[in-house]
Design a protein around this ligand. Structure first.
Ligand SMILES: [Zn+2]
Ligand SMILES: [Zn+2]
Length: 139
């Protein structure tokens, strides 16, 4: 599969039972449908979090095409954490296929998404992502 951002061929990384498509050039990550749910397995607020994604009509970012069906993907915004003003300012926009093939995360966005989604810093998924992206991730 090719990267929807820079068209480079992606590599497959395995994390437990989840196969993650990763672009070495831009460090973006593609998750097939259902994989985000699996990564958020340990989160107590997974379902509320996942159902709160909203489609942004005028996001201002260029739309990317789904690597599986080539349809233009929707910009989805994530709910901010109300306690944390820094997080609220930094809005994350991820790209989701309208045909539900999966979700694209630009560099660092999966990490931010999982943290917002309720994973703790000691969660194996978070630890793993930190190792993969040794630089470029904020605490
Ligand atoms: Zn790329
Ligand atoms: Zn698609």
């Amino acid at each position: 599969m090719n990267c929807p951002a820079c068209k480079e061929l992606m590599v497959v990384l395995e994390l437990d039972d989840v196969e993650i498509d990763y672009c070495i050039r831009c460090q973006g990550i593609w998750l097939d449908a259902g994989e985000l749910e699996l990564l958020l397995e340990n989160s107590h607020r997974r379902d509320t979090f996942l159902s709160s994604f909203q489609v942004e009509i005028n996001a201002g970012e260029k739309k990317k095409k789904c690597p599986m069906c080539r349809k233009k993907m929707n910009k989805l915004s994530l709910p901010g954490s109300e306690q944390d003003s820094a997080q609220r300012q930094k809005k994350i926009l991820i790209d989701g296929c309208p045909g539900q093939h999966g979700i694209w995360f630009d560099r660092g966005e999966l990490y931010e998404t999982l943290k917002k989604g309720g994973l703790t810093p000691s969660d194996p998924v978070i630890t793993w992502l930190r190792e993969v992206f040794r630089d470029g991730l904020s605490e």
